[in-house]
Design a protein around this ligand. Structure first.
Ligand SMILES: C[S@@+](CC[C@H](N)C(=O)[O-])C[C@H]1O[C@@H](n2cnc3c(N)ncnc32)[C@H](O)[C@@H]1O
Ligand SMILES: [Zn+2]
Length: 408
């Protein structure tokens, strides 16, 4: 007689295969069955979404969730409202200690079926609840005080903006929210109107637009949470490949919300000389002249000017890597080490490659450039946002002088 598991596999009715991520085995659509040409993007052609390129994103989420769980020191509840085949939520249940329950959901019935099969294959039917409805409806049903989650991971197609209201409402006081945004064209200033529409802030195509993207995403979250009397505290963020990711702890209370809003403001940038400065507050400063060359400054924002990484949280995430079987371990350790070092460095970075392009200079070695900046009395650290980026408190003029000298 066929077991219910085999019956479920047979009822899927589309080509599948088993993959391993972390220590979890899951059934996913067999991606090569859905592409005819090499350039076609298989994950969105398959009947259920699975993107192997997002494994690092999920690995980091496992590390962040375990770090968070150890900080709160109790059993926690988790929700993944846009789950696809269920791999992320199922990994949380199998790879993170002290997870009481995980609710995974997808609007696509085939995805919900596959997620259910994956939960059963991993013997998680008791702890993983699979639902099939709109993410906002699901989250709204968990918005009442004793029903709320400790952790919600919003990992959608494109922008998480449509889910922010219901996600913050469904988080308990002190809960952790993770957001993925893949809509980099709006966030990095290629489609500025779309960015204003979704995140309430204007982007700018500077050499550090990926950092601005994280700050715009967190800014959108801050203003959404503030409406509900909730403040935010960012503990980790990263920009990898074609997406950005932010992890924020939420604090309920009007005072907490007001304090978060105080972190909103603008980044002012000079496209003539690379000078940049920040202006806190929700009102744009009327004086918009570059302090270094007198040109008119361009504006990004309103966006989040507060911390986008917490050093201690990064150190603890690093500690969680040991003993885990992560496919991208080396890349993750490098990411965590870079983020840890830039956590307390100045806002924005100088993209040395872009500056050299504009000044028509050979690109000097990053290490040498940072040494020279430090010898001149400034802070200088690399950034994970750009392999040729330097965070420093030196003025643009000094950065250019050092680059020009080294390139000569
Ligand atoms: C990027 S995929 C999720 C990938 C998954 N989080 C992972 O790590 O593999 C986005 C998913 O959201 C689902 N989706 C889209 N709109 C939705 C909605 N309004 N409510 C619930 N799920 C939705 C899609 O069917 C798709 O499976
Ligand atoms: Zn200037």
């Amino acid at each position: 007689m066929l077991t219910s598991l085999v019956m479920m596999e047979l009822s899927l009715n589309f080509p599948t295969e088993v993959v391993k991520e972390g220590k979890t085995h899951v059934v996913v659509p067999k991606l090569e069955a859905y592409v005819e040409e090499a350039w076609e993007y298989a994950p969105s052609r398959a009947p259920v979404f699975y993107n192997p390129a997002m494994e690092l994103n999920r690995d980091v989420a496992v590390l962040a969730l375990q770090t968070y769980q150890r900080t709160v020191g109790k059993e926690i509840s988790v929700c993944e409202p846009l789950t696809g085949c269920g791999v992320r939520g199922i990994r949380f249940a199998t790879e993170v200690e002290h997870i009481r329950k995980v609710v995974v959901n997808d609007i696509n019935p085939k995805a919900a079926n596959l997620a259910k099969l994956n939960a059963e294959r991993n013997s998680l039917a008791e702890r993983v609840l699979v639902t099939n409805e709109d993410a906002n409806l699901l989250l709204s049903r968990y918005a009442a005080p004793r029903k709320r989650f400790d952790f919600i991971d919003v990992d959608p197609f494109g922008s998480p903006a449509p889910y922010l209201d219901s996600a913050v409402r469904a988080l308990r006081d002190g809960g952790l929210l993770a957001l993925t945004a893949t809509d980099m064209a709006p966030l990095c200033g290629v489609h500025p109107k779309a960015c204003v529409r979704k995140y309430g802030g204007k982007p700018l195509r500077t050499g550090y637009s990926h950092e601005l993207a994280v700050r715009l995403l967190v800014g959108g979250l801050t203003m959404t949470a503030a409406k509900h009397g909730i403040g935010v505290e960012v503990v980790f963020s990263h920009s990898t490949d074609h997406y950005i990711r932010a992890y924020a702890v939420v604090h309920r209370g009007a005072r907490q919300a007001d304090n978060s809003v105080l972190n909103m403001g603008y980044v002012l940038h000079c496209f003539t000389c690379f000078h940049r400065e920040v202006s806190k507050g929700i009102f744009l400063p009327w004086k918009r002249e570059c302090a270094e060359c007198g040109s008119r400054l361009n504006v990004a924002g309103p966006l989040w000017l507060g911390k986008i990484f917490d050093k201690e949280f990064c150190v603890q995430m690093e500690g969680e890597v040991a003993g885990r079987n992560l496919g991208q371990k080396k890349k993750i350790l490098r990411l965590l080490s870079l983020v840890k070092n830039e956590a307390e460095a100045p806002i924005t970075y100088y993209a040395i490659g872009k500056i050299c392009d504009k000044l028509n200079l050979r690109i000097p070695r990053l290490i040498k450039t940072m040494d020279e900046l430090r010898e001149a009395g400034f802070q200088a650290v690399p950034t994970h946002f750009n392999s040729r980026g330097i965070r420093t408190d030196a003025p643009a003029k000094t950065v250019k002088e050092i680059i020009t000298r080294l390139a000569a």
